[in-house]
Design a protein around this ligand. Structure first.
Ligand code: SF4
Length: 278
């Protein structure tokens, strides 16, 4: 499979709008790629990230996501073929040059998206290859397709950063377009296997800041026993231009980021349940 040669994988940030990079890939090849994981679609790479897992990290942002979170700041990653097609061996080879640096910085590789488990075969093979290079591996996912990874594949992932969007099932459906239960089932499975997990929670005023909802999320997280950290991420408007450029209906134009006090209040809810929250 040939790549689009004029586009570099490395981007200044995932906030670069990228579309149609994989449009030339025939449908049959896309199907084969999804089935085998020989090839994946990647929006971009970011090097030197300090916010996508422990230490300093190289992050690969995959394309493909079936959720439609109202606050999604990278809607260009929803469509699989917006990403650049790359073979699993090429993707791994991109990383080997960072190996020593990542070790020194106590960092590693993070596979994010989109939702990386939309390309679960590619994700599993890339993470295994990276683990084989003795690089710390992290996946950031909404967990919806967590059941597509085998137990052995889960064991090649050093850390799962799981996005929990909100607790109430009806609110979750309206916020993301999908049910919450598969995410919670994946969290329980990771807990049963004692796999390290961080939880990411985006705080959106008026949408996800209900304190009772937060307390239920916190109670669930605390009960798992494998949650090392909770990150409360204040909503922002950095992705708004993407919605507009893609002709999508953005409903949060008038929503302001939460105040520092409101963010701290949310963090405190998680701390009250004994979790390390930031
Ligand atoms: S799960 Fe992530 S990538 Fe998918 S719509 Fe939600 S925020 Fe966007």
């Amino acid at each position: 499979m040939s790549e689009a040669p004029s586009v570099t994988l490395e981007a200044r940030s995932p906030y670069e709008l990228r579309v149609h990079l994989g449009d030339g890939v025939p449908e049959q090849s896309v199907r084969e790629a999804l089935a085998t994981g020989d090839m994946g679609f990647i929006h971009s790479y970011t090097t030197g990230s300090a916010v996508d897992g422990p230490g300093l990290r190289v992050v690969a942002w995959t394309t493909g996501c079936v959720w439609r979170c109202q606050y999604c700041h990278n809607p260009d990653t929803w469509t699989l073929t917006n990403g650049l097609p790359i073979s699993v061996s090429q993707a791994a080879a991109e990383l080997i040059k960072y190996r020593q640096g990542l070790k020194v910085m106590k960092g590693g590789f993070t596979l994010s998206g989109g939702d990386p488990l939309m390309q679960h075969r590619f994700a599993a093979r890339l993470l295994a290859a990276v683990k084989h290079m003795d690089i710390h591996t992290t996946i950031e996912t909404n967990g919806f397709y967590g059941d597509r990874l085998s137990d052995a594949e889960l064991d090649t992932i050093d850390l799962v950063m799981l996005g929990i969007k909100t607790w109430d099932p009806a609110r979750h459906l309206s916020l993301t377009g999908k049910e919450i239960e598969p995410t919670l089932a994946f969290a329980r499975r990771l807990a049963a296997r004692k796999r390290p997990m961080w939880i990411r929670f985006v705080l959106v005023p008026g949408l996800t800041d209900d304190l009772n909802d937060l307390a239920q999320t916190a109670e669930f997280a605390a009960g798992l026993g494998n949650v090392e950290r909770v990150e409360v991420l204040p909503f922002h408007q950095l992705g708004r231009f993407k919605w507009e450029r893609l002709g999508l209906n953005y409903t949060l134009s008038s929503v302001q980021p939460p105040t520092p006090e409101a963010t701290e209040e949310a963090v405190e809810v998680f701390r009250k349940f004994g979790l390390k929250a930031y």
